[in-house]
Design a protein around this ligand. Structure first.
Ligand SMILES: [Zn+2]
Length: 144
């Protein structure tokens, strides 16, 4: 009876322009970038006789290098720093919006003041005209 030693050797390489996903690794529990890889497995006998090959696409964890099918990876988890960065970006956007609103309000206020000043100028001009008219009338009466 022959004793045959079976084994397998694997080879993986990153797919050029392959899929890149931010996922959580089930092995090391880190949220990281997963790169699409082709995993080629060769089943051997006695380490040197190739029996058959299999090819599969898996995703390599950027942190620990584990090869996992994409559907076995977990939803990404944001770190406290990433979440803080996201919140800071949102706060910044809100601050910018508030500043823009303040600037718009100030512009509206300036426009209103300008209109008031224009109204005062018009009133003063009309009053002056009446004043002049009265003065002229008085002068005419005085002369008469
Ligand atoms: Zn990992």
């Amino acid at each position: 009876m022959a004793f045959v030693m079976f084994g397998s050797k694997g080879k993986s390489r990153r797919v050029p322009d392959g899929q890149v996903e931010t996922r959580r690794c089930p092995e090391c529990d880190k949220t990281t970038t997963f790169h699409e890889c082709v995993v080629e497995k060769t089943y051997t006998a006695y380490h040197f006789i190739d029996l058959w090959r299999s090819k599969a696409t898996e995703f390599a964890c950027g942190a620990c290098g584990s090869m996992v099918p994409l559907d076995k990876t977990l939803d990404p988890v944001l770190s406290a720093r990433e979440r803080a960065a996201l919140e800071a970006a949102q706060a910044k956007a809100a601050a910018v919006a508030a500043k823009e609103a303040a600037v718009a309000a100030k512009a509206a206020e300036r426009k209103r003041l300008e209109a008031d000043r224009e109204e005062v100028r018009r009133t003063q001009a009309r009053d002056q005209a009446i004043e002049d008219e009265l003065a002229a009338m008085k002068a005419r009466l005085g002369k008469a």
